[in-house]
Ligand binder design. Sequence first.
Ligand SMILES: [Zn+2]
Length: 283
Amino acid sequence: MLIPTAVNALKSSRSISWSPTGRLQQTLAGCLELSGISLHSGKVSKVKLCPEFAGRGRYFDFKSNFIPASIDYAEESPLCTTLCKDGFKIRTVEHLLSAMEAMGVDNCRIEIANEDDEDSEVEVPIFDGSAGKWVDAIGEIGLKLAIDQCGNCCEKMAPYVNQPVHVWRNDCYLVAFPASAVRITYGIDFPQVEQMQNMGLIKGGSIENALVCSVSKGWINPPLRFHDEPCRHKVLDFIGDLSLFAQLGSQGIPVAHIVAYKGGHAMHTNFVRHLSENIRVEK
Ligand SMILES: [Zn+2]
């Protein structure tokens, strides 16, 4: 039996409305576990992805604290996206969430733990700096239709942009135009990286997990996977941040043509916050 879940629970506004995608909500076919070093703290953490009921969405389980992968819990942090609830923080969630959003893992419990158990902060491992390891692991375990607690399948909803929405700061901007399918156009221009390590940031950063470019010598760690990999990485980050708009197992990425220039995590999350405030204010 098919239940058109959440249609009534999801609020629409003049500029954003929720419509069925024609697909059913999914979850993982089984559990998968990966561990590795994290980029910012340099510590080792362990992540276990588990199947979840339809309508539950994606959420972190850190020391039995449940933190939804939602814009409501996103906070400003340099160079990554952080979720925070009741003093517990999960950092660098964007690559994992991007892989799940793109692959259709709509509902998932994400158990995460530090090697050092005292911390109230934990970070998702960085691996090679891309989402490749998550994509491979999810592909290997596979997906299945998610059912709710009554055993019913649920429609997957998506947010549609009905009129242009934008955020901007100085010469950086994000604009979403109405379109019949998701399309992302991204322009980049990077700041200096060495400065960040001198400031004590990106402690776990190395040539193994970062794209390093020297002003005089060009790319230090070729071969890149693609000639436009830095730009593709921005789109990967952006999808991870847009996934925070997902609710009750829906799609997070708005159906729109989104044009972005020189955005970063702060601007991405501002954009998503802008979308959700827009819905709250207008209804
Ligand atoms: Zn990234």
